[in-house]
Design a protein around this ligand. Structure first.
Ligand code: PLP
Length: 402
């Protein structure tokens, strides 16, 4: 037998652009863990890692479905009782022009599928900066260049309307709005939603309204659904069980297509085609959707109360620590403090893992205005754990930059 030289199998060139800082960083942290250190993960928005549990009645619903052998494939759009429950939820959100609903393997799959069904090479999609990196990863996979609009830190991280207007080109097909926002925790005002809807009308854009955190509101306001404000505009609203219902591992998300019926029809047929091509979403877990949306909601005030207290602690710490400042988050469970340091935020974050065994994500992993530096904190852990983490971050800032 002749010995042949190893020839590497190259990954597709377009993957060069695929980054997912939140999990990419975990590979680095794994090395530190192997050296025997315990890392505090403030990088991934997984409530079940901390003191949050999936509501019992949802677990029972899935268990019952499994015992009844609902373990085969489901219809491609999702099981009927889940679709009915999602339509009910759309009505409660004030969405009156629902044209279609479908269930996916997490909102991650909704995003992948809805962007794939819309975009041709040479076209683009407006995404926020800072961004939840799933969007840029999917666009890279599709070979679609990034066209980002700024979120304005000076304006409580609201979308910068003037920047959106500047960035719309004849090739722009849609705009992504994450509300409540990851990574900033900002919640959009009705006036802002109306202004974005008006731009979408004018330029024939599809709005992707990522409202996966819509029940995790920490102040007196509420999350207004984009599709309720803009019933005539093509909107796909994203929701799921991962955050509001504390079951990210079940991988259940959904999309609600709304807007003028004739306008959205061909696009929705494209979505349906892709839904069929991938068979179906997880089947037994779909039985938790009706249980979640129509069953007891009493976990929500408890979750929001914990998050409020942890948010307050985070903001108080950030705004009393030299070199750190933070716009108070009003929804979800992320804070995006600014840091004033002479080196890159990626360098700081790596040192934080190495020296203090605390993992946050560097702002450059989400995008930020040139010259500014940030990091994203997940404030899901209890107060004692957070206090310890914040003391470590403050200590590293002192040790490194004083
Ligand atoms: N959209 C946003 C804004 C998110 O923060 C996340 C997860 O963190 C997702 C979508 C993906 O959610 P899922 O677990 O449903 O795939």
């Amino acid at each position: 037998m002749s010995i042949t030289q190893t020839r590497e199998i190259a990954a597709a060139a377009k993957l060069e652009q695929v980054r997912y800082a939140i999990r990419d960083l975990a590979c680095f942290a794994d090395e530190v863990t192997r050296q025997g250190h315990k890392i505090l993960p403030l990088n991934i928005g997984d409530p079940n890692v901390f003191d949050f549990e999936t509501p019992r009645h949802m677990i029972e619903a899935v268990y019952k479905a499994m015992r009844e052998n609902k373990n085969g494939y489901a219809p491609s759009s999702g099981i009927k009782e889940a679709l009915d429950a999602i339509r009910g939820e759309a009505a409660r959100k004030g969405i009156t022009t629902v044209r279609d609903v479908f269930v996916t393997t997490g909102v991650s799959e909704t995003v992948d599928l809805c962007l794939t069904a819309l975009l041709n090479p040479g076209e683009d999609l407006l995404t926020p900066s800072p961004d939840y990196p799933l969007y840029s990863a999917v666009l890279a996979k599709l070979g679609v260049p990034l066209n980002t609009y700024d979120l304005n830190e000076e304006d409580g991280w609201q979308p910068d309307l003037a920047d959106i207007k500047r960035k719309i080109t004849p090739r722009t097909r849609g705009i992504v709005l994450i509300n409540p926002n990851n990574p900033t925790g900002a919640v959009c005002s009705r006036a802002m939603l109306e202004a974005i809807a008006e731009l979408a009308r004018e330029h024939n854009l599809v709005i992707f309204a990522d409202e996966i955190y819509d029940k995790l509101i920490l102040d007196d306001d509420r999350c207004i659904a984009m599709a309720a404000v803009a019933p005539d505009v093509p909107v796909v609203t994203f929701g799921g069980l991962s955050k509001n219902y504390l079951a990210p591992g079940w991988r259940i998300g959904w999309g609600i297509v709304s807007g003028d019926a004739a306008a959205v029809k061909p696009y929705d047929e494209g979505i349906q085609k892709l839904l069929r091509a991938r068979l179906c979403a997880n089947h037994p877990e779909q039985y938790a959707i009706k249980a979640a949306l129509e069953g007891p909601q009493d976990h929500l005030p408890v979750v929001c109360q914990k998050l409020r207290s942890r948010r307050d602690l985070t903001v108080k710490w950030a705004n009393s620590t030299p070199r750190v400042s933070c716009v108070p988050p009003r929804g979800a469970f992320y804070a995006y403090p600014r840091i004033d340091i002479p080196e890159g935020d990626d360098v700081f974050v790596r040192e934080l893992i190495l020296q203090k065994h605390v993992m946050v994500v560097h702002g450059s992993g989400f995008g930020q205005k040139p010259g500014t530096k940030h990091f994203r904190i997940v404030f899901l852990p209890d107060e004692k754990t957070l206090e310890k983490a914040y003391a470590s971050i403050a200590a590293l800032l002192r040790e490194r930059y004083q």
